[in-house]
Design a protein around this ligand. Structure first.
Ligand SMILES: N[C@@H](CCC(=O)N[C@@H](CSO)C(=O)NCC(=O)O)C(=O)O
Length: 218
């Protein structure tokens, strides 16, 4: 029997995008269900009762939660191609360290305060500082995974969809601060698994602009 795969997510969520990229890397088909987070579906509440968050990957009825855990699950289950995690234990530990760093420091849940006027200056400097740390880690490697695209690349590249909005609202230029990281973005965007799934930066900017207007009008 073919696998039944359902991904609960939203079009804009960088965490959903991580899972889409991982599934695309593996060539695995799935059904995507767009969630309305202001009116969560019974399936989301049932499959992620603790955090009630997307993404959730439901594999033959069994839910997997937390985007980086889902990516690792995908890598283990569909291990026939495009490995996303190193097999060497130390390299695996390093990859998990940097994926965690990206999650805590450079993903929209942590960096979105760049958009908030009160916290903008500090948040902007923190965000750029984190990108510079990541740029240092990347060094002269094509990918964070070395010669191949790996879990750290999967973790970080969805944040790129927010860069344009950050630059517009925060009045700074990421390419001026981190040119090598932008080269890495462009390298990742050459991969169909990335270019086909990253939300359009201008669509993200328009969505954030609308959200900001609504919040400021309250
Ligand atoms: N650590 C988790 C973060 C998921 C998340 O923030 N999901 C958000 C939407 S994306 O910003 C979410 O589901 N928010 C709804 C809520 O928190 O109620 C992961 O990596 O999967």
């Amino acid at each position: 029997m073919a696998d039944q795969l359902i991904l609960l997510g939203t079009w804009i969520s960088p965490y959903s995008t991580r899972v889409k990229i991982a599934l695309a890397e593996k060539g695995v088909d799935y059904e995507f269900r767009e969630e309305d987070l202001s009116n969560k579906s019974p399936l989301l509440l049932k499959t992620n009762p603790v955090n009630k968050q997307i993404p959730v990957l439901i594999h033959n009825g069994k839910p997997v939660c937390e985007s980086l855990i889902i990516v690792q699950y995908i890598d283990q289950v569909w291990n026939h191609k495009s490995p996303l995690l190193p097999s060497d234990p130390h390299q695996l530990a390093q990859a998990r360290f940097w994926a965690d760093y990206v999650d805590k420091k450079a993903s929209p849940n942590s960096s979105i305060s760049v958009l908030d006027c009160e916290t903008q200056e500090t948040a902007k400097n923190d965000f750029i500082g984190c990108l510079k740390v990541l740029e240092g880690e990347l060094g002269d490697k094509p990918y964070f995974g070395g010669e191949t695209f790996g879990i750290v690349d999967v973790a970080l590249i969805p944040s790129y969809s927010f860069f344009f909005a950050y630059e517009q609202f925060g009045n700074f230029s990421i390419v001026a601060e981190c040119p090598a990281l932008v080269d890495w973005v462009n390298r990742c965007m050459e991969k169909e698994s990335v270019s086909k799934h990253l939300p359009d930066q201008h669509k993200v900017y328009d969505y954030i602009s609308e959200r900001k207007k609504k919040l400021e009008s309250k």
